[in-house]
Design a protein around this ligand. Structure first.
Ligand code: AMP
Length: 586
């Protein structure tokens, strides 16, 4: 196939904004194309050369492209730079440069689709030292034989600016029209959602028709597009929508990860289909230990944890692990993560995406041995709003965003790539932002782990309740301590040590070491939340629950000027909670 034939179609696509016209134009191109070319056309029309999840990426830097253009055409640099500044589009600039060149050059060999494709693939694959020169040569080679309109699209695709305005949905529609019927659009879409490879879907349709397409299954190595959730503001509405009963899971605040496992090889994909494997070797290792079997596709949420308090940390902490090329070992130590698995989409040769959630959960339970760093999502089948509300508060207290309600009916399949009511998120906020520091009393401590071995990993902190003359716990404090402070804390606290919980301390938590309430520290938290575990203001804001400070940090200030009974009171914390409560529907 000549590249010019594809370029003619591009020109037609660019001259319209009508999706219907685009669909028909593409459909007739597909129908008249040899099946061996479909993949390439699909990728290139969308501005790429491979499926999105492949590592090869185009997007040559403008500077390098400009150098190539000048070298390949011998054009006047000042003139090209001026054009570039005026047009801002490397495609148009290139075309204009080629139009002036036209009078003097004879086109030797017409470009074929294959030749352009191979050159682009090489450009994308070349990396390392000396690769720039080779990239320039590869590109110059095809530009040499390009006509002006061909050069326009070569320039655009190689610099990552194809922008024909052809969305995946338009390609899906055109493939259905070309090789099946409009009514088969849903089937084409599903094939794309489970393979994330529209080129492969097109080729399969071209070669084997709709039956071949319907026989497509999920494949280890091809990320499945994520199933997404709708949202509803109350447990009542959620239960009603779900038919009175559903599975509720903690909604973890982390990074969604899809793990593809075959034997020893494990690849991790993000929700946007990026390959995360290199950034999370610890997760790969943990999965290798936890997975029992040969092949699977598992899905879960990767959550940052504080190894000392065992608590989940804000999502931003995972971002320290993203996009790292150096210092990975340190990052793994400083920002450890835990994987909470919630779905099993493929197991030992069987595609489970069309099976119900209870079936998939059973498969997941069978193939995973729970370990320290690989766990299953906390899940409960519930049928009353009270129980949902209770579980919701438990989830918030554990550091989660809320709950995910999931249908457990027979039709509760995994709807790849679509948002619907089979999953409903419930994130109504019961949290209140904290802007002021508080002064809390140390009432207990927990032994440190990892880098904090030998010193305290976290302190149990309390507010003071003057009515009852009691110290009520509000958080575990593990952040904000430098090494010097950590080293002196055991000694500073040693004279207040108690053999068991001090009688003035109200705590539902078991500390490793107890203290007489004495030392006061200044603490800043991110927000206040309802907590069934902490005793501060217990029963005053919600039955059976107290208040907790989320993500507390020591400011570095010891309030030696304050006696324990001068510390922030439980009532003050409740007032802060009520004043700052944002009842945002999330
Ligand atoms: P949102 O990003 O607010 O639309 O919520 C959907 C996201 O919640 C998913 O993409 C997951 O990354 C995340 N999530 C956390 N916990 C779960 C869970 N138990 N089941 C499904 N998704 C979850």
């Amino acid at each position: 196939m000549l590249y010019q034939d594809l370029v003619k179609v591009y020109e037609a696509l660019e001259s319209t904004t009508s999706r219907l016209v685009m669909t028909d134009t593409l459909a007739s191109l597909f129908r008249s194309t040899d099946c061996s070319h479909i993949k390439k056309i699909v990728y290139m029309t969308q501005g790429g050369i491979v499926p999105d999840f492949f590592p090869e990426k185009l997007g040559m830097a403008d500077k390098l492209y400009l150098r190539t253009l000048l070298a390949a055409t011998g054009a006047n640099e000042a003139m090209v730079r001026k054009l570039w500044a005026e047009e801002g589009d490397p495609g148009k600039v290139t075309e204009k440069v080629f139009e002036t060149k036209k009078q003097t050059t004879l086109f030797s060999e017409p470009l074929t689709l294959d030749r352009v494709y191979e050159a682009l693939l090489r450009v994308a694959r070349l990396e390392g030292s000396g690769s720039q020169e080779t990239k320039m040569r590869c590109l110059a080679d095809i530009l040499h034989d390009a006509k002006p309109n061909e050069a326009r699209y070569i320039a655009r695709i190689v610099t990552g600016r194809m922008r024909l305005g052809v969305a995946s949905q338009t390609v899906i529609d055109s493939l259905a029209v070309a090789f099946a019927t409009k009514a088969d659009k849903g089937a084409v879409e599903r094939a794309f959602n489970i393979t994330s490879d529209l080129g492969l879907v097109g080729e399969t349709l071209c070669k084997s028709g709709i039956d071949g397409l319907n026989a497509m299954h999920v494949m280890v190595g091809n990320p499945i597009r994520a199933m997404l959730a709708e949202r509803l503001p109350s447990p009542e509405e959620i239960l009603e929508r779900m038919g009175g009963r559903a599975m509720f899971e903690y909604k973890y605040d982390g990074l969604r990860v899809q793990a593809h496992i075959t034997g020893d090889k494990i690849t991790l994909y993000s929700r946007r289909l990026e390959d995360l494997t290199g950034q999370f070797p610890d997760v790969v290792k943990a999965l290798r230990e936890a997975f029992i079997g040969q092949t699977a596709i598992l899905e879960g949420e990767c959550v940052p944890v504080d190894i000392n308090t065992g608590e989940m940390l804000p999502f931003q902490e995972v971002s320290h692990r993203r996009g790292r090329k150096h210092g990975l070992t340190e990052a793994i130590e400083d920002y450890p993560v835990r994987l909470h698995l919630f779905d099993c989409l493929y197991l030992e040769g069987e595609d489970l995406t069309m099976r119900s959630l209870p079936d998939r959960r059973t498969a997941l339970t069978r193939c995973v041995k729970v370990t320290e760093n690989v766990r299953l999502s906390e899940a409960r089948v519930l049928d009353s709003t009270e129980k949902v509300q209770e579980f919701f508060i438990e989830a918030l207290n554990a550091g989660c965003e809320g709950l995910m309600a999931k249908s457990i009916n027979d039709d509760s399949v995994y709807r790849a790539g679509s948002r619907g009511y089979l999953w409903i998120k419930y994130k109504k906020e019961y949290r209140s932002e904290m802007t002021d520091t508080v002064d809390l009393v140390v009432v207990g401590a927990f032994h440190g782990r990892g880098k904090r071995g030998g010193v305290y990993g976290a302190l149990l902190m309390a507010t003071y309740n003057p009515e009852e003359d009691r110290f009520e716990t509000a958080c575990k404090l593990g952040s904000g301590f430098d090494d010097a402070t950590l080293a002196i804390l055991p000694e500073r606290l040693s004279r207040f040590r108690q053999p068991s919980r001090h009688p003035l301390v109200e705590s539902k938590m078991e500390a490793d070491v107890w203290f007489e309430p004495s030392l006061v520290l200044e603490v800043l938290g991110a927000e206040l939340s309802i907590s069934p575990i902490h005793t501060c203001g217990h029963g005053h804001i919600r039955n059976g629950a107290g208040l907790a400070i989320r993500f507390p940090r020591f400011t570095g200030t010891f309030r030696d000027d304050k006696r324990p009974r001068d510390a922030t009171t439980s009532q003050e914390l409740m007032d802060m909670y009520n004043k700052q409560l944002k009842r945002v529907e999330g």
